[in-house]
Design a protein around this ligand. Structure first.
Ligand code: PLP
Length: 300
């Protein structure tokens, strides 16, 4: 494994950061999780746009421009030679002293890791997962805006621990007003009366890249897709429910808080969108480890 760290590549054992890095001491930094499908990076530009937006949100100046950062990601993918992989891009505040003031951190740390994918078992996609509502509420936007993909994931970790304790695949997180925001690391969708609903970013959701792709696919399939505030009750009575994320892709949810959703099996719109999403990931994306098919010559 070749890991990019501040301009150089290191083995897994040698890639080390300072214990004074504020990313480690305070969770002060931002990150992205991306995927490589058959040698193509899925929606690289959108992930980079979100990374830079997150960084601006915490007043962190990334020491590379987006073009150079894209090349870091491509080169890390090339060096690791994995056709299907997960990419983790991290920019932390960098090393400082023990105080939390970022002013003592002159140089952000930039890390890119490309690793094998740990896929969820196939049967989870076929049967669907059970979820529970977490007692831990999602960070409030006026405290730590969930649209910033920061290294500070304790809120999500605490929620995931609840899922573990209850033997659930995931949890649904509510905002302070009781509206559903998202899972601990994925966005949530409902199908209600043939329409697709997902909470708006203002409800406390991350603007997921998979979420946006699914909204686009729905529109292309003629399914009305809306950003909607909804509560737990509307999850229980929905026709279908699923989660989306870079790692998980599209996962059907068949039970919430012990209540079966519709007939307790993955629904037809979930299946349709899953197929459309698989087609998209196979064909779209920036080729890095594959040759771009040559454009057909127009004879003259
Ligand atoms: C809190 C949270 N919500 C949603 C998502 C899904 O976003 P994406 O589809 O960009 O992976 C993630 C993924 O990292 C996440 O951490």
């Amino acid at each position: 494994m070749q890991i990019y760290l501040d301009g150089k590549f290191y083995s897994k054992e040698e890639a080390k950061i300072s214990v004074f890095d504020h990313g480690f001491l305070y969770g002060d930094g931002v990150f992205e999780g991306l995927r490589v499908y058959s040698g193509r990076i899925f929606r690289l530009q959108q992930h980079l746009a979100r990374l830079y937006r997150s960084a601006r949100g915490i007043m962190l100046e990334i020491p590379l421009d987006a073009g150079a950062m894209a090349e870091v990601v491509r080169e890390t993918v090339r060096r690791n030679g994995l056709l299907d992989a997960y990419i983790r891009l991290v920019v932390s505040r960098g090393p400082g002293d023990l105080g939390l003031n970022p002013v003592v951190c002159p140089k952000p740390t930039v890390i890119c890791i490309v690793d094998k994918l740990t896929l969820w078992p196939r049967e989870l996609y076929e049967r669907g997962i059970r979820v529970a509502t977490a007692a831990t509420r999602r960070n409030s936007p006026d405290a730590l805006d969930p649209s910033i993909k920061s290294l500070n994931y304790l809120n999500n970790v605490l929620a995931r621990l609840e899922a573990n304790r209850q033997g659930m695949g995931e949890v649904l997180m509510l905002n302070a007003q009781g509206y559903v925001c998202e899972g601990s690391a994925d966005n949530v969708f409902l199908v209600v009366g043939g329409e697709l609903w997902t909470p708006p970013v203002a409800a406390g959701a991350l603007e997921g890249i998979t979420r946006n792709a699914v909204m686009e696919l729905a529109a292309a399939e003629g399914i009305v897709a809306r950003e909607m505030f909804f509560n737990r009750q509307q999850v229980y009575t929905a026709d279908e429910c699923f989660l989306t994320g870079t790692g998980a892709e599209i996962v059907p949810v068949v039970e919430a808080d012990g209540r079966r959703i519709a007939d307790g099996a993955p629904g037809p719109i979930t299946k349709r969108l899953t197929e459309a999403f698989h087609r998209l990931t196979r064909t779209e994306g920036e080729p890095v480890l594959v040759e771009e098919p040559r454009a057909a010559k127009t004879g003259s």
